[in-house]
Design a protein around this ligand. Structure first.
Ligand code: NAD
Length: 328
């Protein structure tokens, strides 16, 4: 049968993407909710036909351990709350999906990984692009080298309409780097199949200092990969950008937009990429449910999320110090 998923945090991403995607999944379904808002609970339970016994608030959440309908807890809260809810879910004996960024410090990531391991439960991160055909195409370009070895990467991700907790360093852990730049880090990692060894970074000048009081408005950074491959990346909360590009010895490949939910477009020096559009979130959740059922690893485990957080922290350190920071 299908595994039951409980969404924790019924904000934009849960409401507009995950819940609709769970109407298309084969191996899992929307079985439960965790919300602090009784109004939302009421609206959702009617819309998705969820029994009262599968609805929790943040205080009753831990009793989810006694609910056999819930196999997987999916944490979709502000970044700084991920660690607490992933650890509580693991202690309740549930498999966990945690949204990106996994957490705001590497120490939290370690605790989350340890809690899931201690409970004998699987942990995955909401890296939907690992199930998206054009992004999978970029991974093959690094791996199978149809254009020779990659020599350079460029990645950009920016949005212009950010508000709420994303502008609060306490809840977000940082600015656009945590929210959007993480896709550039991911894109360069999964395209090259390599790990960056060092970073340099420069904060963008603030055009709106009243809005960006605790987080950066924008940031550019360079990741140094082995074989002298450099990845030049930019992120912003004031400029729309969406691109992932690989230059190789005998050609190139580029996705633009690269990271959207829909309408990913790809081109290479040999012509347009011809891949279908898929429901990324449905694929991602189905793959995790299938991994649990078949006791195989997930391609997007907690360790991958931890590595990204480690790189993000190094980028902030480089930005603040103005120094090249090695990633050990
Ligand atoms: P959102 O602000 O729309 O929703 C956050 C939810 O958390 C709300 O329902 C809010 O009520 C709840 N919440 C509980 N305690 C809170 C508190 N102290 N402060 C603020 N909100 C609180 O945010 P979102 O866009 O749904 O993002 C949620 C998470 O999902 C983030 O970690 C984000 O990075 C991630 N996300 C991932 C993707 C993706 O493509 N993988 C896309 C969007 C968001």
């Amino acid at each position: 049968g299908k595994l039951g998923i409980a969404l924790v945090g019924l904000g934009n991403y849960s409401e507009n993407e995950l819940a609709p995607a769970l109407q298309e999944t084969q191996h899992c379904y929307l079985a439960g909710l965790v919300t602090g808002s009784p109004d939302k609970a009421d609206k959702w339970k009617k819309k998705y036909n969820i029994p009262d016994k599968n609805i929790y608030d943040y205080k009753t959440f831990d009793t989810i351990k006694d609910n056999p309908d819930i196999d997987i807890v999916y944490v979709v809260l502000p970044n700084a709350m991920h660690a607490e809810y992933v650890i509580r879910a693991a202690k309740a004996g549930k498999h966990v999906i945690c949204e990106k960024p996994m957490a705001i410090t590497v120490e939290e990531c370690d605790q989350m990984i340890a809690a899931c391991a201690a409970a004998g439960k699987m942990l995955s991160i909401g890296y939907r692009l690992h199930f998206e055909p054009h992004n999978l195409g970029m991974m093959r370009i690094g791996k199978e080298k149809p254009f020779g070895s990659i020599v350079k990467m460029t990645a950009e991700n920016g949005m212009g309409d950010t508000k709420g907790w994303r502008l609060d360093k306490v809840l977000a852990g940082g600015g656009p780097l945590m929210d959007l730049g993480i896709y550039c880090v991911q894109g360069c990692r999964y395209t090259t199949g390599m790990e960056p060894v060092a970073v340099t970074a420069k904060e963008a000048a603030k055009t709106n200092p009243e809005k960006f009081t605790t987080v950066e408005e924008g940031l550019s950074w360079v990741m140094e990969f082995p074989d002298n491959i450099k990845a030049a990346c930019t992120t912003s909360y004031s400029k729309e950008m969406n691109k992932l590009r690989a230059e190789a010895q005998n050609g190139w490949a580029e996705l633009s937009p690269a990271y959207e939910y829909r309408g990913i477009k790809g081109e290479t020096s040999k012509g347009k990429m011809d891949f279908p559009q898929v429901n990324q979130q449905a694929k991602q959740m189905d793959d995790f449910a299938d991994a649990i059922k078949n006791k195989r690893p997930t391609p997007v485990p907690g360790e991958m999320g931890r590595q990204d957080v480690k790189i993000l922290q190094a980028i902030y350190k480089a930005m603040e110090s103005g120094q090249r920071v090695e990633i050990i």
